[in-house]
Design a protein around this ligand. Structure first.
Ligand SMILES: NC(=O)c1ccc[n+]([C@@H]2O[C@H](COP(=O)([O-])OP(=O)(O)OC[C@H]3O[C@@H](n4cnc5c(N)ncnc54)[C@H](OP(=O)(O)O)[C@@H]3O)[C@@H](O)[C@H]2O)c1
Length: 408
């Protein structure tokens, strides 16, 4: 949701590569690349996951993770979830200009964890990147070269066509060859491909955006059946979707007691929606609506939560019973998605990795209306990233994510 600048992040320093001498790695650890330092220090010259074998997670009880961008909203939620994850140890947190900063400074509510944010990460098996779009793209190749599992929560590895980065984000992707190998991290649609990363040489998860997560969970059952003839997604988000960087339009006095639409000229998340609706179809061109997705986001005065209302013209006539069966079948056995017989509220999933979906056939207009809700920071970001990470490491998919929603 946030409309960040497109500046490239500084390149990581101190990253040791397989085959380099440990002396060379040690020497490079002291190198600084200006204001924001990105270093994966203390990497050994052998594989960074030495005893994981060919299958990630085998032979190890605890997986060591690092979080880059730990001081942001998503970084904070990652810490909160991973701190309680039964198979994970947070080995390090990385941020800009915060060397050895107690976590309480960025996240007072996480003081009890005792963590510090550093300028570099120690040896880890997997890395979560919670940075603005454009900031991860150039970091990932070096992390991948280390053999690390990379889960990027920004947009830099979500789109498979390099040309889409120029078109939607205004920058030339620095590692286009990796885009074809990155998996869009929506487990409900790409579980098999995420599981296959367990044995893959390159493991990159492009974790979906918050609006696309809410929208796609509502639309996939129709898209898989090639039923999306035309679609308009009308979506509302809480203000935390814009991240923590201060901006006048997100101040309390601007947001409170008001609602506003934005992104009418084309929100960047449309690119993900088009890609995923297109690719979900049973054959090429099965969902003509993929090419003309309409998307209108709104900012609403709440801290967290997204509600997406998707209005669909189907490619053929469909009855209520068939519609209900499509949704029941698509989400049977899904641990985090519940099909509702009434429109859900965003408050029903707040603070959790759960999503709720309701599909309605409007017999008067002939349109299908799907209402879906998530917590933008959990199922829309940190929780979903951990769900995908669990699959890549062959862990129980729900590990660390069992937290029930909170209310009021
Ligand atoms: N918020 C959501 O609901 C949500 C949902 C899904 C996906 N996402 C995506 O997740 C990512 C993080 O979002 P967020 O909400 O956590 O944002 P945020 O609160 O603004 O945090 C961003 C973090 O990135 C760091 N950072 C900012 N600019 C940077 C730069 N140019 N180079 C390197 N580091 C930089 C910041 O460090 P400092 O603290 O030092 O400034 C901060 O730690 C974004 O790509 C966002 O689109 C967010």
């Amino acid at each position: 949701m946030a409309n960040y600048g497109t500046g490239q992040a500084p390149r990581p320093t101190g990253v040791c590569h397989r085959g380099r001498s440990s002396t060379a790695c040690g020497a490079s650890n002291s190198t600084s690349w200006g204001v924001a330092m990105y270093r994966l220090a203390a990497m050994t010259t052998t594989s960074s996951r030495p005893d994981l074998g060919t299958s990630r997670g085998s032979g190890r009880d605890t997986i060591r993770v690092g979080i880059i961008g730990a001081a942001g909203y998503v970084g904070g939620e990652l810490i909160r979830i991973l701190e309680r994850h039964p198979n994970v140890r947070i080995a390090g947190l990385q941020g800009r200009d915060r060397d050895h900063q107690p976590i309480a400074q960025a996240h007072p509510h996480l003081a009890a964890t005792g963590h510090h944010i550093e300028a570099s990460l120690p040896e880890v098996d997997g890395v979560f990147l919670a940075l603005p779009h454009g900031a991860s793209a150039a970091l990932v190749p070096e992390l991948v070269e280390q053999g690390l599992v990379v889960v990027d929560l920004g947009a830099d590895y979500r789109l498979s066509d390099p040309a889409d980065y120029q078109r939607w984000y205004g920058f030339e992707h620095p590692a286009p060859e990796l885009l074809a190998r990155a998996i869009y991290g929506l487990p409900e649609q790409h579980r098999g491909r995420l599981l296959a990363l367990r044995d893959a040489e390159v493991a990159i998860v492009g974790s979906p955006g918050c609006y696309p997560t809410a929208s796609l969970l509502g639309l996939y059952p129709l898209a898989r059946a090639g039923l999306i003839g035309d679609v308009v997604v009308d979506a509302k988000s809480g203000v935390s979707g814009a991240g923590r960087a201060p901006k006048p339009e997100f101040m309390y006095s601007e947001v409170n007691e008001s609602i506003r639409a934005y992104g009418l000229a084309g929100h960047r998340h449309v690119s993900e929606l088009m890609q995923e609706i297109r690719d979900a179809g049973p054959h090429a061109g099965a969902n003509p609506g993929a090419a003309t997705v309409g998307f209108l986001p709104h900012l609403v005065p709440m801290q967290r939560g997204i509600l997406a209302a998707s209005h669909v013209r189907a490619t053929r006539e469909i009855g209520v019973a068939e519609l209900q069966e499509l949704y029941r079948e698509a989400y049977a056995g899904e641990p985090f998605v519940t099909v509702m017989d009434r429109p859900p509220a965003s408050s029903e999933v707040r603070g959790s990795n759960f999503a709720r979906v309701h599909a309605h056939l409007d017999e008067r207009t002939g349109r299908i209306v799907v209402v879906s809700v998530i917590d933008n920071l959990i199922k829309g970001a940190a929780g979903q990233a951990v769900q995908a990470f669990n699959l890549v490491f062959g862990l129980p998919e729900t590990a660390g994510l069992e937290q029930l929603p909170m209310a009021p």
